[in-house]
Design a protein around this ligand. Structure first.
Ligand code: SAM
Length: 303
C-alpha cells in the first residue's frame, strides 16, 4: 500500500521506529570496550520508547546479526555512520561554520553530546512528536544541549524552510547541513528533490552538506520482496513493522550528482570506507554485494 503524503508517526511506529532502531545500535556501540562512538543518550532514549527488540539491541543482547535484516553487523555499521558524521562536524567547526541544521534528526543527540565551538546554533527538524519526545526525555534525565539549540517540529514535506527561518535561521550565513538516514527511501523521489533544492536555496557560499542516499531494498523489480524479507525478519525478532509500507520503491535521488550538477564540490563514500575510517573490520565478501551497499554517502561544499 502506498504511503500517503501526510502520514505521521511517533518513535514506536512507522518511520519513527527506524530512528529508535539506529539509536539502539548507537547505544550498543557505545557499550563496546573499544567504542568508536560515544552516545550516552541513545540508551535512555531507546528505553523511554520501550520497544523490547530495540531494548535488546541497545543492551547488546541482540546485534542484529540476521542477514535478512539487510544491514550487515548492525552495531558496527551504524557506529561507523555516526562516527563519519561526528567527524564531519569537527571539519565544519574547523572551517568556522557556526550554523548547523540536522534534518530528520530523530534521536540524534549531537546537540547534547558534541563539543561545539562558542557561537554555534544547531537547528533540528523532524516531525513534532519525534522531536518533542526527544527533548522532553532528555530534559527529564537532566541532559542539556551543549550549545544554542532550536528544535523545529514540522514535516519535511511541508514548508520547513519557513519554519526554520521563523526559528531564527539566517540564510546569509554558511550552514552545515546533515541528512542522516532519511534520503534512503523514506521520502518520495519528488520530496527528496524538493528537500535538496530547498537546502540549496538556503545555502550561502561556504555551506556544507553530509548525507546518505539510496535504499536498502534497492530499486530493482525485486525490491518489494526484499522489503518483505526485512518485515519477516523483524517479526521473527518480535517487532511488527511493515518495511515495504515505509519505503518508497523505485529509483532514489543520487544526492551527490544532484549537488555536483548545481555547483557543489562533492566527495562520495561507501560503507566500507566508513568502516575502515572507524578502524572497524571490513565487510565479509557476501555483505560487500548485499543490500546495505546500495547506500552511498556524500560530503559536499558550496564553494
Ligand atoms: N537522523 C536520525 C539518526 O540517524 O539517528 C534519524 C534517522 S531515522 C532512520 C529517519 C528519521 O527521518 C526519523 O526520525 C523520521 O521521523 C524522519 N523523517 C522521515 N520522513 C520525514 C518527514 N517527512 N518529515 C520529518 N521527518 C521525517
Amino acid at each position: 500500500m502506498a504511503r500517503p503524503d501526510d502520514d505521521t508517526w511517533d518513535l514506536a511506529n512507522s518511520v519513527g521506529a527506524t530512528a529508535t532502531l539506529v539509536a539502539a545500535a548507537r547505544a550498543a556501540a557505545t557499550r563496546r570496550p573499544q567504542a568508536v562512538i560515544s552516545d550516552p543518550f541513545a540508551e535512555p532514549l531507546v528505553r523511554a520508547v520501550g520497544i523490547d527488540l530495540f531494548n535488546r539491541v541497545a543492551s547488546g543482547e541482540f546485534d542484529g546479526d540476521d542477514s535478512a535484516l539487510g544491514i550487515p553487523r548492525m552495531t558496527d555499521t551504524f557506529a561507523a555512520w555516526a562516527r563519519f558524521y561526528d567527524e564531519y562536524f569537527v571539519q565544519v567547526a574547523d572551517a568556522g561554520i557556526r550554523q548547523v541544521v540536522i534534518v530528520a534528526a530523530g534521536l540524534d543527540s549531537r546537540s547534547y553530546r558534541l563539543s561545539w565551538p562558542a557561537g554555534t546554533t544547531v537547528y533540528e527538524i523532524d516531525q513534532t512528536k519525534v522531536i518533542e519526545f526527544k527533548t522532553t526525555t532528555l530534559s527529564k534525565i537532566g541532559a542539556k544541549p551543549t550549545t544554542e539549540y532550536r528544535s523545529v517540529g514540522i514535516d519535511l514535506r511541508e514548508d520547513w524552510p519557513g519554519a526554520l527561518r521563523a526559528a531564527g535561521f539566517d540564510d546569509a550565513q554558511p550552514t552545515a547541513w546533515l541528512a542522516e538516514g532519511v534520503l534512503i527511501g523514506f521520502l518520495s523521489p519528488q520530496a527528496e528533490v524538493q528537500l535538496l533544492d530547498d537546502v540549496i536555496a538556503l545555502s550561502a557560499r561556504g555551506s556544507r552538506l553530509a548525507a546518505d542516499h539510496g535504499s536498502v531494498i534497492g530499486s530493482a523489480a525485486d525490491s518489494q520482496e526484499r522489503a518483505q524479507k526485512i518485515t519477516d525478519a523483524l517479526a521473527r525478532h518480535g517487532f511488527d513493522l511493515d518495511y515495504g509500507e515505509l519505503i518508497y520503491p523505485g529509483e532514489h535521488t543520487d544526492v551527490a550528482a544532484h549537488l555536483r550538477d548545481r555547483g557543489w564540490r562533492v566527495i562520495r563514500y561507501r560503507l566500507h570506507d566508513l568502516l575502515t575510517a572507524a578502524g572497524l573490520p571490513e565487510l565479509e565478501s557476501a555483505d560487500r554485494e548485499g543490500p546495505a551497499t546500495n547506500i552511498g554517502f556524500v560530503t559536499a561544499i558550496l564553494k
